[in-house]
Design a protein around this ligand. Sequence first.
Ligand SMILES: NC(=O)c1ccc[n+]([C@@H]2O[C@H](COP(=O)([O-])OP(=O)(O)OC[C@H]3O[C@@H](n4cnc5c(N)ncnc54)[C@H](O)[C@@H]3O)[C@@H](O)[C@H]2O)c1
Ligand SMILES: O=C(O)C(=O)C[C@]1(C(=O)O)C=C[C@@H](O)C=C1
Length: 306
Amino acid sequence: MSVIYDRVALIGLGLIAGSMALAIREGGLAREVTGFARSQATRDVACEIDLCTVCDTAAEAVAGADLVVLAVPVGAMGDVMAEIAPHLAPGATVTDVGSVKQSVIDAVAPHLPAGVHFVPGHPLAGTEHSGPRAGFASLFRNRWWLLTPLPDSDADAIARLDRLITALGAKTDRMEAPHHDLVLAVTSHAPHLIAYTMVGVADHLRRVSGEEVIQYSAAGFRDFTRIAASDPTMWRDVFLHNKEATLDILGRFTEELFVLQRAIRMGDGQQLHDYFTRTRAIRRGIIEAGQDTEAPDFGRPGARAT
Ligand SMILES: NC(=O)c1ccc[n+]([C@@H]2O[C@H](COP(=O)([O-])OP(=O)(O)OC[C@H]3O[C@@H](n4cnc5c(N)ncnc54)[C@H](O)[C@@H]3O)[C@@H](O)[C@H]2O)c1
Ligand SMILES: O=C(O)C(=O)C[C@]1(C(=O)O)C=C[C@@H](O)C=C1
């Protein structure tokens, strides 16, 4: 693998930046990776595990970098950009990895110095863990990484970033930011809110004890608890910054829930069966398209999901 950037600066040293640092080093994709996180404790951990060259200030981290990656919660992107703007090298590319795109563009773009390129992005890869120790080099392998360039984004800057992302093992695609936010509201944001709610319901149900919830936790509920263990700051910001699309999808979700609720009340087995047949086909489509790398059961003789 060849060097794509001389110096990559990672602002925020959590799951995503940590995974990028490890994958960049593994692939020899940059001569140097620098990093900065707001808290001293995070910087100390990043140093201890030798994630990258950890700097004491964001300004120091971005100095001379030809790629700067904003990997902080969505609500912090604008302030971080304002802080680093005077220290960016001419010709540098700034990208971000935020889960929401339009609000990040609105917050970051006004601070961009002339001659610095901005190419917003979003890796569709993650876990419920956060912080520098959560990173691992293979996180992005075979995952989508969406870019939402602006109409005036520099074509060479986009192409070079695309090469890095591809070298990290991900597949890239381009989308308009508002469309990205709607798609992700369906595929990621609303599902997270539903998981948070379901785990909250179990927590409130006093007739079922906490021990029973843990002891008899069925596989479906366990999946919900994994999702509901995701970082509170990150997800607070996602919902506050993708408000309209999330509310739109939750409205549709509530309508569907009422349809199924009524079918159960009326004993309409045919409607339930038809509905679940349609949703099973969607799951199969995802697996056949190679989007679920964690579905080893599918297709195996005797597997339940066939
Ligand atoms: N976790 C996921 O599944 C996932 C997936 C794709 C994209 N994202 C996006 O990536 C970004 C980072 O997420 P993560 O999972 O790596 O989070 P994380 O909590 O693991 O790491 C965030 C890092 O940002 C630092 N930070 C917070 N505010 C800061 C500030 N003002 N200045 C400097 N550093 C600051 C924290 O100290 C921490 O090191 C978020 O925007 C998130 O929406 C997350
Ligand atoms: O696998 C998980 O834990 C995730 O929630 C990852 C996930 C997702 O919803 O798919 C979460 C947020 C992101 O912005 C991208 C990926």
